[in-house]
Ligand binder design. Structure first.
Ligand SMILES: C[S@@+](CC[C@H](N)C(=O)[O-])C[C@H]1O[C@@H](n2cnc3c(N)ncnc32)[C@H](O)[C@@H]1O
Length: 203
């Protein structure tokens, strides 16, 4: 991607962030605890919401990562920004208390592989906090998401409109403890437990 990607992303997303996403991010990220891994941190838009945690933030795109780096220096939390791919994490098993991903499973080429890696590096019964846009289950909007996806993916740098993220999370063994819908269910905030041993009831 170009050097300008991060700059343009912040300009385009700015009004939507302030109007809609701010409160969602605030509510979700206030739950992050302990040692946190954030995948695909983009321009560091989540960083102001972290408190009393230690964050390792991975961002593969150089232009986005530069902005993440700048924002990490203004945060109250201790944040280290690194280059890294969620599909191939460089960390030992059971390293993190919380893993965060926002608007990122839509873009990662193989989200199933990323989830396997997230499960591996997250501690048993650790917290997984996600905010994603997803394919609706049925109806005309779901059809439109399918039809528009090929062109959208091209112009948006690989973002997919029609990922069935909830099914994927369940298939990969995550225990969903809270799911909140926004904008008619296209956006979801998701809290999940990384069950590796004990049985926890899913919502
Ligand atoms: C739509 S942006 C979201 C950025 C930020 N998380 C947010 O909430 O605004 C998607 C991000 O995922 C990153 N990404 C794409 N593929 C990735 C991968 N394999 N591993 C980690 N991050 C990835 C992109 O570079 C981009 O910064």
């Amino acid at each position: 991607m170009s050097k300008l990607t991060g700059y343009i992303y912040d300009i385009i997303m700015g009004p939507f962030e302030r109007k809609k996403l701010h409160r969602i991010r605030y509510n979700l990220l206030s739950k992050a605890a302990g040692k946190v891994l954030e995948i695909g941190s983009g321009t560091g838009v989540n960083f102001p919401y972290y408190k009393e945690v230690t964050v390792t933030a991975l961002e593969p795109d150089e232009s986005m990562r530069e902005r993440s780096l700048a924002k990490s220096k203004q945060s109250r939390a201790s944040i280290e920004v690194r280059n890294g791919d969620a599909q191939e994490l460089e960390f030992e098993d059971n390293t993190f208390d919380t893993v965060v991903g926002t608007l990122v499973l839509c873009t990662i080429p193989n989200p199933r592989q990323a989830l396997k890696e997230i499960r591996r590096v997250c501690k048993p019964n650790g917290l997984i906090l996600l905010f994603e846009h997803v394919r609706l289950e049925k109806g005309i909007t779901a059809k439109a998401q399918d039809i528009l996806n090929p062109i959208w993916r091209k112009i948006s740098g690989g973002c997919n409109l029609n990922r069935e993220t909830i099914s994927l999370l369940r298939e990969e063994g995550l225990v969903l403890t809270e799911v909140n819908e926004y904008l008619k269910g296209i956006f979801l905030s998701i809290e999940a437990v990384n069950q590796k041993d004990e049985k926890i009831i899913s919502v």
